[in-house]
Design a protein around this ligand. Sequence first.
Ligand code: HEM
Length: 178
Amino acid sequence: MVNAANTGSSAGAARRAMIALVVFLALAVLLFLFGPDDFYPWAKAIHVIAVISWMAGMLYLPRLFVYHVDAEKGSVQSETFKVMERRLLRGIINPAMIVTWVFGLWLAWKSFGFHGGWLHAKIALVLGLSAVHGYLAGAVRKFAEDRNEKPARHWRIVNEIPTLLMIAIVILVIVKPF
Ligand code: HEM
């Protein structure tokens, strides 16, 4: 009964996420086709807001894993961590990453025509950040199925990777050293 309810609610959540994604991608296409020049500072503001949300989630999620490792499998605490991890990933981290990419690419195209060493280096590092995102999303699934085998120390180390990438990315876009 509980399983049936869970399956129903996750199918509903997947459908809502898919509708949101399609609507957002349609808006992104309109932005690329008709985005006016004076929209630039607004797009940059939205980009930075999305970046902050993405980073907040990427720094918090591995921290949740550090505590989750110590919770006994099947305990109320462990089940609560699962809900927190799933909601953080689906409600904040995933949409924030999509908004960051869409507006970042638009800014890069509109103002720089995708030229600049700093921009290429930045995009390479953001691809790295997105790979870490994918790794963390896989870990959320493993924790949800009680299949995580990595110790707390592993998640403490993983926690540092987005921090280091973020520092390099922000220096590249603001200092533009090359
Ligand atoms: C997804 C790929 C991304 C692309 C293509 C991209 C591209 C850009 C571009 C072209 C700008 C405008 C720069 C200017 O007007 O001088 C910008 C602004 C900015 N981006 Fe990104 N970005 C991306 C992701 C990120 C990420 C992941 C972070 C942080 C972790 C970030 C942080 C910032 C910041 C702080 C600014 C404002 C810089 C300023 O106003 O001087 N971006 N981005």
